[in-house]
Design a protein around this ligand. Structure first.
Ligand code: FES
Length: 632
């Protein structure tokens, strides 16, 4: 969609008497009915539509811009909107979704910068080979039929079968399985498939069952999921969605704050996540069935075959998923409710898998280092590694140093700037985002956009490239000051800015620029990451020159230009062959823990052995950070 704006916005000054209104969200194509007086942001949240809300509706970010078309009956402009939206844009129908109340039926157009859906997903990750030995075991069982001489119960018959094989099973606690047992035995001539996990009876099915597993990496922004054949380890389908919790706050602290201030907040965050996961699972099943070559068999996959899921995420996501309290994660000393790995039935969180299916959650390390980092380490650490750094860049960047077999980890608040937030023309990595930039003459950049679409904004890797190019050309100095004599630099009403793409070449008809304030945002983000690295090294009497390997994971980490990240001082100045960009290592780690009992045990060992270094109160953090925000 373009940015064509409607001029026919009618601002209502008095409330409508209508109690219910229909809201038509475009380009999503979704209509919902809501009580009048609801804000557009709330209506979108209710509809599961992702409108960017960096501050979680706290009225401070201005990121939730929408365009009201037709004769929109809405509440008057607020003072915040007058402050945040230029008059031209206001006249063209731009409003803030968190400020605007719906008074009658309206159409809401969500521009690409505000829509949090359809972001580029990172599914692939480097993966070492490992033996497949899932915790879940599937047995094909042929029982003797009941006779008048053997009137023992069907369950007794089944448990005796396993007892003879030396497997003592606990009585099932899931009534649905017991209800299923007797008819299933008789329908299949007393031959069935039985799925067990340790001493637990997980699932029963017809004898043709091939068990499926689900590995899910729930990121703050994106969710990546993999449907796996538990017998072969083969990935049958992979799919991803935006984390719907974005509608409640861009970063984790905003979501925690939302959960704390709204009585139903935590429940909403859990429900929207589970609902999206259920849709994602259905999509995976459809994808697998549509791709028969992956199946290598006649059978059709169904949700009733998914007998176990391994799920990883940061600690707050883990708590939201489980419906655990999160308020203690939002205040020092940031303590989780639980850190150990957990196993429980999927039905306890309403995840729609096979009857009796279990979920395994990998352990967390601390309030701001979660199971996703454990999974990343599980997938990335190699025996030959020593003096190695493992970095997962996000709104919080987790860093682990491996030295002499010891692991020390920290989490640093790098913020959402590398996801395009707080950057004037920043955006996520979706179609039209500038992802690569080169300065080819003194007054012209060469750009590459995602899907080669007309540029509409700049994503994290593009911003990083621009700053590196400006530094190399001497247009930016070590303090972040711009050279006002450069033909690329001009004055705007708030300070200096760099013209990246002129209006006639953009997809929305406005210039794309990088401002001095944007540069400051990147200084803070890269400074936080570099300070975390340097503090970890200093605490272990190492210098950056001593580092042998730097493993960078995550979507942004996959697409960033390492040389440019070194130029801006985000990463230490080491030879490029010491760096590996490993893709979605957390997703790979989740899959490993799904398919290998040994890897699952190793994840517990990693979480148990790792030492946590708290940066928030560290005596030297300010010193390191102040140095690290400089471009040198
Ligand atoms: S101003 Fe922050 S969500 Fe709208």
């Amino acid at each position: 969609m373009g940015w064509s704006l409607s001029n026919d916005v009618k601002i209502m000054s008095c409330p409508s008497e209508k109690e219910i209104a229909v809201v038509d969200f475009q380009p999503v194509g979704r209509k919902i009915t809501i009580p009048t007086g609801t804000t557009i942001l709330k209506a979108a949240q209710n509809a599961g539509i992702g409108i960017s809300a960096i501050c979680g509706g706290e009225s401070s970010c201005g990121s939730c811009r929408v365009i009201l078309s037709e004769k929109a009956s809405v509440s008057p402009l607020t003072s915040l909107e007058i402050e945040k939206i230029k008059m031209d844009d206001r006249n063209s129908g731009i409003r803030l979704a968190c400020q605007t109340k719906i008074l009658d039926d309206i159409k809401v157009v969500i521009p690409p910068n505000s829509l949090t859906t359809d972001q580029r997903m990172q599914f692939e990750g480097d993966e070492a080979s490992f033996a497949i030995n899932p915790t879940i075991k599937t047995h094909t069982v042929q029982l003797e039929s009941a006779t008048s001489f053997d009137q023992g119960s069907d369950w007794l018959r089944l448990s005796s079968y396993f007892k003879q094989k030396g497997i003592i099973l606990r009585n099932p606690t899931n009534l649905a399985i017991i209800r299923r047992l007797s008819p299933l035995l008789r329908e299949n001539s007393w031959k069935i498939s039985v799925v067990i996990k340790e001493d637990r009876f997980i699932h029963i099915s017809n004898p043709q069952l091939f068990p499926l597993g689900l590995a899910v990496d729930i990121g703050t922004t994106k969710i990546a999921a993999y449907l796996v054949d538990l017998n072969t380890g083969k990935i049958l389908a992979r799919n991803g969605i935006m984390n719907p919790q974005i509608a409640f706050g861009e970063d984790i602290m905003a979501r925690i704050s939302y959960a704390m201030k709204d009585d139903q907040g935590a429940e909403q965050l859990q429900t929207c996540l589970i609902n999206s996961l259920n849709v994602l699972v259905k999509d995976l099943i459809n994808d697998a069935n549509g791709n028969q070559k992956n199946l290598c068999r006649e059978e059709i996959c169904s949700q009733d075959q998914i007998v176990e899921a391994v799920i990883v995420g940061n600690t707050a996501i883990h708590h939201f998923f489980l419906g655990l309290p999160v308020s203690q994660l939002g205040v020092a000393p940031y303590v989780p409710s639980v850190s150990s790995s957990l196993d429980f039935e999927a039905k306890e969180v309403n995840l729609e898998l096979a009857i009796g299916a279990e979920i395994h959650l990998l352990p967390n390390i601390a309030g701001f280092i979660g199971a996703d980092h454990v999974a990343m380490l599980l997938a990335s650490i190699q025996e030959k590694h020593d003096k190695a750094l493992y970095i997962d860049i996000g709104t919080n960047t987790e860093i682990t140093l491996l030295v002499n077999g010891r692991m020390i980890a920290c989490s640093t608040a790098s913020g959402p700037a590398f996801e395009g937030a707080h950057i004037s023309n920043g955006m996520r990595a979706i179609e039209g985002a500038i992802e690569k930039v080169k300065l080819i003459t003194e007054n012209r950049f060469e750009i590459l956009t995602i899907k080669q679409a007309k540029p509409i904004g700049i994503c994290g890797s593009g911003v990083l490239d621009i700053i590196a190019e400006l530094l190399k050309a001497g247009i930016l100095d070590s303090r972040g000051a711009l050279d006002r004599n450069s033909p690329l630099v001009r004055q705007n009403d708030k300070g200096l800015e760099v013209l990246i793409v002129p209006d006639e070449k953009t997809g929305h008809g406005a210039d794309i620029v990088l401002t001095r304030k944007d540069i400051s945002e990147i200084q803070l983000a890269k400074g936080a990451i570099r300070a975390g690295i340097e503090l970890l090294l200093a605490e272990n009497h190492l210098k950056s020159d001593d580092v042998n390997h730097v493993v960078i994971a995550g979507a942004f980490g996959t697409y960033l230009d390492v040389a440019n990240a070194i130029t801006i001082g985000m990463l230490p100045d080491l030879s490029l062959d010491k760096f590996s960009q490993v893709g979605n290592a957390a997703g790979v780690g989740a899959k490993m823990a799904l398919l290998s009992q040994n890897k699952r045990e190793l994840s517990k060992k990693i979480a148990g052995d790792i030492q946590y270094l708290e940066l928030a109160n560290h005596r030297d953090f300010t010193l390191f950070f102040t140095k690290a925000i400089m471009f040198q």
